[in-house]
Design a protein around this ligand. Sequence first.
Ligand SMILES: Nc1ncnc2c1ncn2[C@@H]1O[C@H](COP(=O)(O)OP(=O)(O)OP(=O)(O)O)[C@@H](O)[C@H]1O
Ligand SMILES: [Mg+2]
Length: 500
Amino acid sequence: MTVVLQASHLMKQYPGVKALDDVDFSLNSGEVRALLGKNGAGKSTLVKILSGAVTPDQGSIAVDGREVTIKSPQDSFAQGISTVYQEMSLVPGLTVAENILLGRWPLSKRFGVSFIARKEIVQQAAEALSQLEVDIDLNQLASRLNVAQQQLVEIAKAISFDPRVMILDEPSSALPSEEVDTLHRVVRRLAEQGRAIIYVTHRLQEIPKVADSVTVLRDGRTIGTIPVQEATPERITQMMIGSDWKRTEWQRDAELGPVRLSVRNLNSKGLLRDVSLELRGGEVLGLAGLLGSGRTELLRAIFGLDPIDSGEILVDGTPQLKPNPISMKATGIGLTPEDRKKQGLVLVFPVEDNLTLASLHRVSSMGVLNPGKEKVLAETMVDNLAIKTARLDVKTRTLSGGNQQKVVIGNWLNTLPQVLMMDEPTRGIDIQAKEQIFALVRDLARQGLAVLFVSSEIEEVLDVADRILVMNQGRITHSRQHDEVDLEQLMALVMEEYTE
Ligand SMILES: Nc1ncnc2c1ncn2[C@@H]1O[C@H](COP(=O)(O)OP(=O)(O)OP(=O)(O)O)[C@@H](O)[C@H]1O
Ligand SMILES: [Mg+2]
């Protein structure tokens, strides 16, 4: 084994926080290294330094034993390092193929003039995507992709560089289990070809499937690197969190309240087909399904973000004739969206504003904002969700990915909804924070909140939901109480071949 990449004594200080504090990191060829740590531990900062997006205050990087200067993404590419960032970065107005080959569009010359060779763009992009075994229309605009598809395109793009070192910052957080399996195969194959891979994740269960070794960061420091055989969930959790960890216990409540939300025979453009469901106060209802099964579409249709062709939506028994986000919010329904960057947050706003965006009525009186009230509401949520931020007035953009996600959730919890729909709420959230959020959700459910909840992590659906609906090709195909199925059975229901 040869050391491909060696970073020494990396330091990065931001106002009020040491993102990296004297970090050493070394990686061998053919090795897949899982990089772990709580939200805000410094993982993405390390990734961004290696990929040239961030310059360290101190420290050095060597490739193949030679010290190199990485001051820009171009420098990093030049060393054969290719990165998939945690936050998606596709250009919405370009096609999938154009995005995959961005900056490297092949040209063809005719009559002495260079033209962009569209056919070749599509061909080369198709090659990269085919490794991931997914079916995405290459001529489609990137703006039309859902988060999982965006993620797959980003990965295809990184692969297309034929890198020696590939860095993947939470590549699986937006992917349903089937796609995650494929991703693991691709990563293992790349490693067998002698490439070195850094794989950031919060899903402990994928570590034995994909990694050779594990490095844990905490508060900007390296806690240790261990071989995968020693990386039991207990050991890793211990390393990530330190000794101060207590499991947050919660209980399911048997008592359910009246029906808050009912959906009857909802149809929409072939994406939703004859969907009916009822959700009661105090109930946490999980939606399980594969990529494209219609889970996000269902939440969006209920919230009035997408038009419906037929069917009825009732809130507390009252039909909602023309549901739109404003009217739905007024009836006490909230939606934490799947794509936090596009729909959930104003990244240049301070954290406190983003925590109260959806609940202006609570922090203002007669149209005048009361900054004192805003602050109290924001502070309480920062405490409840353990949001790691230097101050309340820093720009939300400066928070780590998982902490931004907590802000999206906090914003909607602050509206005191009666029904909260959550689309992939735990995307990028560390295991400890996840438990805190679930405990909070369960607590609110005990007080009568109804929750409709989508997660690509089936374990999580099983863990937190009282009842689970399985979706397949826009239909609800199964309904189970949480104690009626185990993980394997639920997986089978989700994966089931479905024909009409
Ligand atoms: N541009 C920035 N300005 C100010 N602070 C920053 C900036 N980027 C990161 N930080 C801070 O540095 C710390 C480490 O953040 P980083 O994004 O590396 O965490 P992470 O381990 O990737 O977390 P997550 O699991 O949530 O993605 C955090 O406290 C974060 O708020
Ligand atoms: Mg990160």
